[in-house]
Design a protein. Structure first.
Length: 257
Protein backbone atom coordinates (compact mmCIF):
# COMPACT_ATOMS: atom_id res chain seq x y z
CA UNK A 1 0.00 0.00 0.00
CA UNK A 2 1.44 3.42 -0.89
CA UNK A 3 0.93 6.89 0.61
CA UNK A 4 -1.82 7.78 -1.86
CA UNK A 5 -3.89 4.72 -1.07
CA UNK A 6 -3.39 5.32 2.64
CA UNK A 7 -4.46 8.95 2.26
CA UNK A 8 -7.65 7.89 0.46
CA UNK A 9 -8.53 5.37 3.15
CA UNK A 10 -7.60 7.43 6.23
CA UNK A 11 -11.13 8.64 6.97
CA UNK A 12 -12.62 5.19 6.64
CA UNK A 13 -9.77 3.85 8.79
CA UNK A 14 -10.43 6.39 11.55
CA UNK A 15 -14.15 5.66 11.37
CA UNK A 16 -13.47 1.93 11.77
CA UNK A 17 -15.15 1.16 8.49
CA UNK A 18 -12.42 -0.99 6.92
CA UNK A 19 -12.00 -4.73 7.04
CA UNK A 20 -9.26 -5.89 9.44
CA UNK A 21 -6.81 -6.82 6.66
CA UNK A 22 -6.93 -3.35 5.10
CA UNK A 23 -6.67 -1.66 8.51
CA UNK A 24 -3.59 -3.75 9.24
CA UNK A 25 -2.00 -2.78 5.90
CA UNK A 26 -2.59 0.87 6.78
CA UNK A 27 -1.03 0.46 10.22
CA UNK A 28 1.97 -1.31 8.73
CA UNK A 29 2.43 1.46 6.16
CA UNK A 30 2.13 4.15 8.83
CA UNK A 31 4.75 2.39 10.96
CA UNK A 32 7.24 2.43 8.11
CA UNK A 33 6.41 5.74 6.44
CA UNK A 34 8.09 9.06 7.33
CA UNK A 35 5.14 11.22 6.19
CA UNK A 36 1.94 9.36 6.96
CA UNK A 37 2.01 9.36 10.79
CA UNK A 38 1.72 13.15 10.75
CA UNK A 39 -1.07 12.96 8.18
CA UNK A 40 -2.92 10.53 10.47
CA UNK A 41 -2.38 12.83 13.47
CA UNK A 42 -3.78 15.82 11.57
CA UNK A 43 -6.75 13.86 10.33
CA UNK A 44 -7.51 12.60 13.82
CA UNK A 45 -7.24 16.13 15.27
CA UNK A 46 -9.53 17.48 12.55
CA UNK A 47 -12.07 14.76 13.21
CA UNK A 48 -12.06 15.50 16.93
CA UNK A 49 -12.43 19.20 16.31
CA UNK A 50 -15.39 18.59 14.02
CA UNK A 51 -17.06 16.43 16.61
CA UNK A 52 -16.83 19.11 19.30
CA UNK A 53 -20.24 20.28 20.45
CA UNK A 54 -19.24 23.93 20.15
CA UNK A 55 -19.45 23.64 16.36
CA UNK A 56 -23.13 22.76 16.33
CA UNK A 57 -25.63 25.58 16.53
CA UNK A 58 -29.35 25.35 16.09
CA UNK A 59 -30.64 27.82 13.52
CA UNK A 60 -32.98 30.41 15.04
CA UNK A 61 -36.66 30.05 14.07
CA UNK A 62 -36.61 33.42 12.33
CA UNK A 63 -33.89 32.17 9.95
CA UNK A 64 -35.80 28.95 9.34
CA UNK A 65 -38.92 30.94 8.38
CA UNK A 66 -36.94 33.27 6.11
CA UNK A 67 -35.42 30.28 4.28
CA UNK A 68 -38.82 28.64 3.88
CA UNK A 69 -40.34 31.86 2.54
CA UNK A 70 -37.49 32.48 0.13
CA UNK A 71 -37.65 29.00 -1.43
CA UNK A 72 -39.36 29.37 -4.83
CA UNK A 73 -42.58 27.36 -5.10
CA UNK A 74 -41.76 25.54 -8.40
CA UNK A 75 -38.66 24.06 -6.80
CA UNK A 76 -40.63 22.58 -3.94
CA UNK A 77 -43.13 21.11 -6.42
CA UNK A 78 -40.30 19.49 -8.35
CA UNK A 79 -38.92 18.08 -5.09
CA UNK A 80 -42.35 16.82 -4.26
CA UNK A 81 -42.52 14.94 -7.56
CA UNK A 82 -39.05 13.57 -7.03
CA UNK A 83 -39.98 12.44 -3.53
CA UNK A 84 -43.12 10.69 -4.72
CA UNK A 85 -41.12 8.99 -7.47
CA UNK A 86 -38.54 7.79 -4.93
CA UNK A 87 -41.26 6.46 -2.68
CA UNK A 88 -42.68 4.42 -5.57
CA UNK A 89 -39.25 3.04 -6.45
CA UNK A 90 -38.68 2.07 -2.80
CA UNK A 91 -42.11 0.46 -2.55
CA UNK A 92 -41.51 -1.53 -5.72
CA UNK A 93 -38.10 -2.68 -4.45
CA UNK A 94 -39.58 -3.70 -1.10
CA UNK A 95 -42.34 -5.61 -2.88
CA UNK A 96 -39.87 -7.51 -5.09
CA UNK A 97 -37.73 -8.33 -2.06
CA UNK A 98 -40.81 -9.55 -0.21
CA UNK A 99 -41.71 -11.84 -3.10
CA UNK A 100 -38.16 -13.22 -3.30
CA UNK A 101 -38.04 -13.90 0.44
CA UNK A 102 -41.47 -15.53 0.38
CA UNK A 103 -40.41 -17.69 -2.55
CA UNK A 104 -37.57 -18.92 -0.37
CA UNK A 105 -35.00 -17.85 -2.94
CA UNK A 106 -32.63 -16.64 -0.25
CA UNK A 107 -32.62 -20.02 1.40
CA UNK A 108 -31.45 -22.06 -1.56
CA UNK A 109 -27.90 -23.38 -1.28
CA UNK A 110 -27.03 -21.57 -4.52
CA UNK A 111 -27.37 -18.19 -2.87
CA UNK A 112 -25.78 -19.16 0.41
CA UNK A 113 -22.12 -18.66 -0.43
CA UNK A 114 -20.61 -19.66 2.92
CA UNK A 115 -20.56 -22.98 4.73
CA UNK A 116 -20.44 -22.73 8.55
CA UNK A 117 -16.77 -23.70 8.34
CA UNK A 118 -15.99 -20.88 5.88
CA UNK A 119 -17.62 -18.34 8.12
CA UNK A 120 -15.68 -19.67 11.11
CA UNK A 121 -12.49 -19.52 9.04
CA UNK A 122 -13.28 -15.89 8.25
CA UNK A 123 -13.80 -15.25 11.98
CA UNK A 124 -10.52 -16.82 13.05
CA UNK A 125 -8.61 -15.04 10.26
CA UNK A 126 -10.16 -11.68 11.22
CA UNK A 127 -9.23 -12.40 14.81
CA UNK A 128 -5.68 -13.28 13.76
CA UNK A 129 -5.38 -10.00 11.83
CA UNK A 130 -6.81 -7.97 14.73
CA UNK A 131 -4.25 -9.59 17.03
CA UNK A 132 -1.46 -8.25 14.80
CA UNK A 133 -2.67 -4.68 15.23
CA UNK A 134 -1.09 -2.51 17.85
CA UNK A 135 -0.72 -4.29 21.23
CA UNK A 136 -3.43 -6.87 20.76
CA UNK A 137 -1.20 -9.89 20.39
CA UNK A 138 -0.73 -11.24 23.92
CA UNK A 139 -2.26 -10.78 27.35
CA UNK A 140 0.43 -13.02 28.83
CA UNK A 141 3.86 -12.83 27.25
CA UNK A 142 6.01 -15.83 27.95
CA UNK A 143 8.04 -18.43 26.14
CA UNK A 144 7.26 -20.94 28.88
CA UNK A 145 4.15 -23.10 28.62
CA UNK A 146 4.21 -23.53 32.42
CA UNK A 147 3.52 -19.80 32.74
CA UNK A 148 1.05 -19.54 29.89
CA UNK A 149 -1.15 -22.47 30.87
CA UNK A 150 -1.92 -21.38 34.49
CA UNK A 151 -2.67 -17.87 33.21
CA UNK A 152 -5.85 -19.24 31.61
CA UNK A 153 -7.01 -20.88 34.87
CA UNK A 154 -10.30 -19.40 36.03
CA UNK A 155 -10.65 -17.34 32.86
CA UNK A 156 -12.16 -20.15 30.81
CA UNK A 157 -14.43 -23.12 31.42
CA UNK A 158 -11.84 -25.49 29.97
CA UNK A 159 -8.13 -26.03 30.34
CA UNK A 160 -6.20 -25.79 27.07
CA UNK A 161 -3.21 -27.99 26.34
CA UNK A 162 -0.27 -25.64 25.91
CA UNK A 163 2.63 -26.99 23.87
CA UNK A 164 5.90 -25.22 23.17
CA UNK A 165 7.57 -25.99 19.86
CA UNK A 166 10.70 -23.96 20.40
CA UNK A 167 13.00 -26.86 19.54
CA UNK A 168 11.15 -27.38 16.27
CA UNK A 169 11.46 -23.70 15.29
CA UNK A 170 8.01 -22.51 16.36
CA UNK A 171 8.57 -20.88 19.77
CA UNK A 172 5.55 -20.11 21.92
CA UNK A 173 5.59 -16.37 22.65
CA UNK A 174 2.38 -15.82 24.57
CA UNK A 175 -1.34 -16.22 24.88
CA UNK A 176 -4.54 -14.27 25.29
CA UNK A 177 -8.28 -14.66 25.61
CA UNK A 178 -10.27 -14.16 22.45
CA UNK A 179 -13.93 -14.44 21.49
CA UNK A 180 -14.98 -16.73 18.64
CA UNK A 181 -17.99 -18.83 17.69
CA UNK A 182 -19.99 -16.96 20.37
CA UNK A 183 -17.73 -17.97 23.24
CA UNK A 184 -14.42 -17.09 24.91
CA UNK A 185 -11.53 -19.10 23.51
CA UNK A 186 -7.81 -19.62 24.07
CA UNK A 187 -5.43 -18.02 21.63
CA UNK A 188 -1.84 -19.24 21.82
CA UNK A 189 0.71 -17.20 19.93
CA UNK A 190 3.69 -18.79 18.19
CA UNK A 191 6.38 -17.32 16.04
CA UNK A 192 8.15 -18.56 12.93
CA UNK A 193 10.86 -16.08 11.93
CA UNK A 194 8.91 -12.87 11.27
CA UNK A 195 5.54 -14.60 11.02
CA UNK A 196 3.00 -14.94 13.81
CA UNK A 197 0.82 -18.01 14.22
CA UNK A 198 -2.36 -17.90 16.30
CA UNK A 199 -3.59 -21.24 17.59
CA UNK A 200 -7.22 -20.91 18.71
CA UNK A 201 -8.60 -23.61 21.01
CA UNK A 202 -12.06 -24.22 22.39
CA UNK A 203 -14.30 -27.16 23.29
CA UNK A 204 -16.51 -28.29 20.42
CA UNK A 205 -19.56 -30.28 21.44
CA UNK A 206 -20.28 -31.28 17.85
CA UNK A 207 -17.47 -33.77 17.67
CA UNK A 208 -18.92 -35.37 14.55
CA UNK A 209 -17.36 -32.60 12.47
CA UNK A 210 -14.35 -33.89 10.60
CA UNK A 211 -11.10 -32.28 9.54
CA UNK A 212 -11.44 -30.01 6.55
CA UNK A 213 -9.10 -28.78 3.87
CA UNK A 214 -7.06 -25.66 4.69
CA UNK A 215 -8.89 -22.44 3.93
CA UNK A 216 -7.10 -19.38 2.50
CA UNK A 217 -8.60 -15.89 2.72
CA UNK A 218 -6.76 -12.68 1.80
CA UNK A 219 -3.41 -14.45 1.93
CA UNK A 220 -3.96 -15.97 5.37
CA UNK A 221 -4.23 -19.73 5.82
CA UNK A 222 -6.41 -21.45 8.38
CA UNK A 223 -6.16 -25.12 9.32
CA UNK A 224 -8.59 -26.75 11.72
CA UNK A 225 -8.89 -30.13 13.35
CA UNK A 226 -10.65 -31.81 16.24
CA UNK A 227 -9.05 -33.65 19.12
CA UNK A 228 -10.89 -35.10 22.14
CA UNK A 229 -13.90 -32.81 21.83
CA UNK A 230 -11.72 -29.75 21.33
CA UNK A 231 -11.40 -27.75 18.14
CA UNK A 232 -8.10 -26.24 17.04
CA UNK A 233 -7.59 -23.53 14.42
CA UNK A 234 -4.06 -22.60 13.35
CA UNK A 235 -3.89 -19.32 11.40
CA UNK A 236 -0.97 -17.50 9.80
CA UNK A 237 0.37 -15.85 6.68
CA UNK A 238 3.19 -18.42 6.70
CA UNK A 239 3.65 -20.65 3.66
CA UNK A 240 0.82 -23.17 3.80
CA UNK A 241 3.28 -26.09 3.94
CA UNK A 242 5.00 -24.56 7.00
CA UNK A 243 1.67 -24.00 8.73
CA UNK A 244 0.80 -27.62 7.98
CA UNK A 245 4.09 -28.68 9.57
CA UNK A 246 3.22 -26.59 12.64
CA UNK A 247 -0.24 -28.18 12.83
CA UNK A 248 1.14 -31.72 12.60
CA UNK A 249 3.76 -31.00 15.28
CA UNK A 250 1.04 -29.75 17.64
CA UNK A 251 -1.24 -32.67 16.82
CA UNK A 252 1.52 -35.16 17.46
CA UNK A 253 1.90 -33.88 21.04
CA UNK A 254 -1.80 -33.72 21.93
CA UNK A 255 -3.24 -36.50 24.09
CA UNK A 256 -4.64 -39.23 21.82
CA UNK A 257 -8.33 -38.68 21.07
ZN1 LIG B 1 2.99 7.05 3.56
Amino acid sequence: MDCNEVRNLLDAYLDDELDPATSLQIEQHINDCPGCPERLQNRRALKQALQADALYHRAPDSLRRRVQLSTPAPLSVRWGDRLRQNIWVSLAAALILGVLVTAGLFQTPLLRSNTPNDSLAQQVIDSHIRSLMADHLSDVISTDQHTVKPWFDGKLDFSPTVINLEDQGFPLIGGRLDYLDDRPVTALVYQRQKHIINLFIWPQANSSASDTAPITIQGYHAISWLNSGTIYWAVSDLELSELQTFASLIRAQLPPS
